[in-house]
Design a protein around this ligand. Sequence first.
Ligand code: SF4
Length: 336
Amino acid sequence: MNAIEMNIYEIIEKGMEGNGLTDDEICTLYAVDPFSREAAALRWAGMELSLRAADGKAEVHAQIGLNGSPCPCNCQFCSFAICNGVRSGKLEMTKEDVVEYAKIYEEQGANLILMLTTATYNFDKLLEMTQAVREAISLEMPLLINTGDTPYEKWVQLKEAGANGAYHVPRIDEGIVTSIPIEERFATIDAMKRAGMTLSTCVEPVGPEHTPEKLTEFTRIVIGLGGVSAGIGRRVTVPGTMLEPYGEINEMIASMQVAIYRLATGLDLRLNCSARTPLTASAGANLNWAEVGTNPRDLKSKTEEGGAGYSIAKARMILIEGGWEIAEGPSKGWMI
Ligand code: SF4
């Protein structure tokens, strides 16, 4: 064993204590060869720490994509971005369908429900959908919103309408591969938190071009946001999008990164994203997503019909194959 390998094992041991890691240590881990024995040790350690943090329980959060129309925010990884030109026309789910999907999700055992919109979705309509879904699902079921950058007053209205939190992220290379200044993302997260909303967040979307230094920078930023769920997730390539030429990170890298996020953040975080495969689940990711409706990661009008979206059953099966038990009932920690 050489000195560098020793150092990596020492960092893993420190991470296993559950108190997090320094930036230098995190950066060293992101540079590990994903096919090495150190990477295998990392995945094992990520799982051990996640099992402790979550008492062996994993969750499935269920997303309903409400709409799709060409979006001027031009995120180069997104199928709705105008700059990519891979979609046209307008997709809008009816209120009746949104409510029906939410009810079905709760019956199927979703632990949390999230409504996703593009950045230009009409706010009054979002309020109406929030109210309608809140009336249709149990009071204990967390209801989250993933929408564009939104000011404090509107988060207050969304909270009054029955939302409990939001998924919001300063994306890697925000402002460079998107037209949104990263400060706007931070301002939105600050505004929603002041309005009493809880946060679901992530280091994403990770591609092969992202260096250990860049991943470390965003890991530190995302840890600092204090999400109820957080983690790291790879970019899914949509054919024809501007970032397609970069390709995707492979399964070995994605699973190692999930484990690194867990060691970097420590025991404070219960839900570690993102368990898209049994290998990522067995490396410590205990949060998987089911998706219906529109999806920026594919070109379908209904992602559940041959697109990127998983069903609840598939999302659960992946977690079980990865070594997790599935938590029953509404996810905890989102209602404040
Ligand atoms: S990710 Fe969201 S904000 Fe960016 S282009 Fe797509 S819909 Fe618009």
